[in-house]
Ligand binder design. Structure first.
Ligand SMILES: Nc1ncnc2c1ncn2[C@@H]1O[C@H](COP(=O)(O)OP(=O)(O)O)[C@@H](O)[C@H]1O
Ligand SMILES: Cc1ncc(COP(=O)(O)OP(=O)(O)O)c(N)n1
Length: 265
């Protein structure tokens, strides 16, 4: 049976990030996708123009209505916008205890625009992070969560992932896409074990939504695989393939979307 996978996130009308990207990645990875929207974001490949946050009690209503009806096999959490929405999501996680929860701690878009209020970072760290199974911070997000400077070298990744574990994260996928260098190296850290996951760095300007696509693919794959390492390794392969396939796209004037083409014929 195909897993039912839920994305709790904001929107991207250009289809590269947020809910739209998550639903595509769910489908491409054999899952049935569902979504609860936390914020409407007027954004494209060139940046964010405006954010309309959804009322926290309406986020709760969307979640409760869905969870009362549908079996949810995995959850991916992305943009949460503010501390009140974080609290609403935490309450629902406590009430329904869904399996396989992945948190992409989205804070700032590639364009530099904020997607999480700065004062909400504490709520993300203290209330949400200990309740999820895997967090997938990029380098600036890891630094913000820990209140420390951004690391600059791959060799610093295991120690930083260990510090994130100490905050209560069961599994940490520290993403190294922001490093310079020939490879794009991430580190999976959990159960006392660290594993580097490297891939060729794809030369492309179609790299909008890499983080969303990766975390969504992991959530889709986890119920279909025996553990986090298997799901994460495969999702990383999928993302690299999607980055390569994106050369076929001509979407917008800025950072175009990551996309993998799937056709039924
Ligand atoms: N040009 C690239 N080629 C291959 N992989 C990439 C490239 N850019 C990013 N990645 C990978 O995409 C994922 C997300 O990257 P990162 O940029 O670190 O996070 P975010 O999109 O959240 O800022 C990571 O697995 C990273 O290694
Ligand atoms: C609604 C929404 N959520 C998340 C992001 C950030 O997505 P990410 O995958 O980190 O991609 P970039 O913004 O780094 O390209 C977003 N932009 N919008």
């Amino acid at each position: 049976m195909a897993p039912n996978v839920l994305s709790i996130a904001g929107t991207d009308p250009s289809g590269g990030a947020g809910i739209q990207a998550d639903l595509k990645a769910f489908s491409a990875n054999g899952a049935y996708g569902m979504s609860v929207i936390t914020a409407l974001v007027a954004q494209t490949t060139t940046g964010v123009v405006r954010v309309q946050e959804v009322a926290p009690d309406f986020v709760t209503d969307q979640l409760v209505t869905l969870l009362d009806d549908v079996r949810v096999d995995a959850v991916k959490i992305g943009m949460l916008a503010n501390a009140e929405i974080i609290r609403a999501v935490v309450e629902v996680l406590d009430r329904y205890s869904p399996r396989h929860v992945v948190l992409d701690p989205v804070m700032v878009a590639k364009s530099g625009d904020r997607l999480l209020a700065p004062e909400a970072v504490g709520a993300l760290r203290e209330q949400l992070l200990p309740r999820v199974d895997l967090i997938t911070p990029n380098l600036p997000e890891a630094a913000d969560l820990l209140g420390e400077p951004e690391i600059t070298d791959v060799e610093q990744m295991p120690a930083q992932a260990e510090r994130l574990s100490a905050l209560g994260a069961k599994q940490v996928l520290l993403k190294g896409g922001h490093f310079d260098g020939g490879d794009s190296v991430d580190l999976l850290h959990g159960d006392g074990v660290s594993e580097f996951l490297g891939s060729e760095r794809v030369e492309t300007t179609n790299d909008h939504g890499t983080g969303c696509t990766l975390s969504a693919a992991i959530a889709a794959l986890r119920p279909q695989r025996s553990g986090w390492p298997e799901a994460v390794r495969e999702a990383k392969l999928y993302l690299t393939e999607a980055l390569r396939a994106s050369e076929r796209l001509e979407v917008g004037r800025g950072h175009g979307p990551v996309h993998h083409f799937h056709t039924w014929w």
